[in-house]
Design a protein around this ligand. Structure first.
Ligand code: FES
Ligand code: FE2
Length: 332
């Protein structure tokens, strides 16, 4: 098996279960159109093209757990086998649509072009007593830029002023420890003052540490820890849907605290969506601007601790941080 094939042999989060009910849904998966629908055997993912006259199956409908093409009504089951050609009398000829592995876990649909034996990774608080909200996003960008954006603490003063940071420009000396290993890298921030942004004031107490982590193949996680334990966390699964679109599916996570936890979780989602929109704007601006000649390569500044390691992990290489922790001091 080649490196590339091996790297494809994993699950990718592609949609929220709640978005696939009665109607089929088209997604782009590594640049290829797929249709997701609920078959008799559960969630199914097929190449979204009828072999007959190449119409998008996702514009058809689901009938009895099979997908019906809107043009001549050919039907396909969850494995992609053609089961009906309306009007045809006699033995069924064999036609197939390519099928992909598809499973659902914790309200999220995962697809693979291989046949992974392992379960998909869900989020950083798996198995803990938590409340979650699930979110989805679409951004004009590249996975590396979108992942770095989620983990980058130094843009929050500008892009999210007032929301994640206070309105004053006062900064505090913070210690950052970067550690890593095969398929992951993380930055742990300690010594931060209580944050003055709206989200922190509403949802957090005093913060003791912040962790930003990247995991293979495109997972970005943030954990905010307080004196009493975890205050907030997010895990975002990012993937390159096509050349210029990053699709994200994620969990917003808080500790279970009875009704308080539920209220916080309720408030977190709309606030988080505002932050997401602010990020979408800068990422789109960068993506539009990258097409001009010289220089299209971003400069890796002294505070961009994770960029090179994220790139290495995405290429299937060992990140430099695996050789030992790196410690930085910055003003945040
Ligand atoms: S194009 Fe799909 S049935 Fe003819
Ligand atoms: Fe951001």
């Amino acid at each position: 098996m080649s490196e590339r094939q091996k790297s494809k042999n994993h699950w990718q989060a592609v949609a929220l279960s709640a978005d696939i009910r009665g109607k089929p849904k088209r997604i782009l998966f590594d640049g290829a159109p797929l249709v997701l629908f609920r078959s008799a055997q559960g969630i199914a993912a097929l190449f979204d093209r009828c072999p007959h006259r190449l119409v998008e199956l996702s514009t058809g409908k689901v009938v009895g757990g099979e997908i019906e093409c809107p043009y001549h009504g050919w039907r396909y089951n969850g494995e992609g086998r053609c089961t009906a050609i309306p009007g045809h009398v006699g033995e069924m000829p064999h036609y197939r649509v390519r099928s992909f592995g598809a499973i659902e876990r914790d309200g999220v649909v995962f697809v693979s072009s291989g046949a992974p034996e392992s379960e998909p990774y869900l989020h950083c608080m798996q198995g803990k007593d938590i409340v979650v909200r699930r979110v989805r996003s679409s951004t004009q960008s590249k996975v590396i830029d979108a992942a770095e954006n989620i983990l980058d603490a130094t843009h929050t003063h500008f892009t999210h002023k007032g929301l994640l940071r206070g309105l004053s420009s006062k900064r505090h000396l913070v210690r950052v420890e970067v550690t890593g290993g095969e398929g992951w890298v993380e930055a742990c921030y300690t010594g931060e003052e209580r944050q003055q942004g709206l989200i922190s004031r509403l949802l957090e107490g005093e913060r003791t540490k912040t962790i930003g982590r990247f995991r293979h193949p495109g997972i970005a996680e943030l954990e905010y820890w307080g004196k009493g334990g975890l205050a907030l966390a997010t895990t975002f699964h990012l993937r390159q849907a096509d050349e210029r679109t990053v699709e994200g599916v994620g969990w917003l996570i808080g500790p279970r605290q009875g009704w308080l936890g539920e209220i916080k979780a309720l408030a977190f989602k709309p606030l988080f969506n505002i932050a997401l929109e602010q990020d979408r704007r800068v990422l789109k601006s960068a993506s539009d601007n990258a097409r001009f000649e010289t220089p299209a390569r971003p400069a890796i500044g002294p505070l961009d601790f994770l960029r090179r390691d994220i790139a290495a992990i995405m290429d299937g290489e060992m990140p430099a941080s695996a050789a030992g922790p790196r410690v930085h001091q910055i003003e945040l």
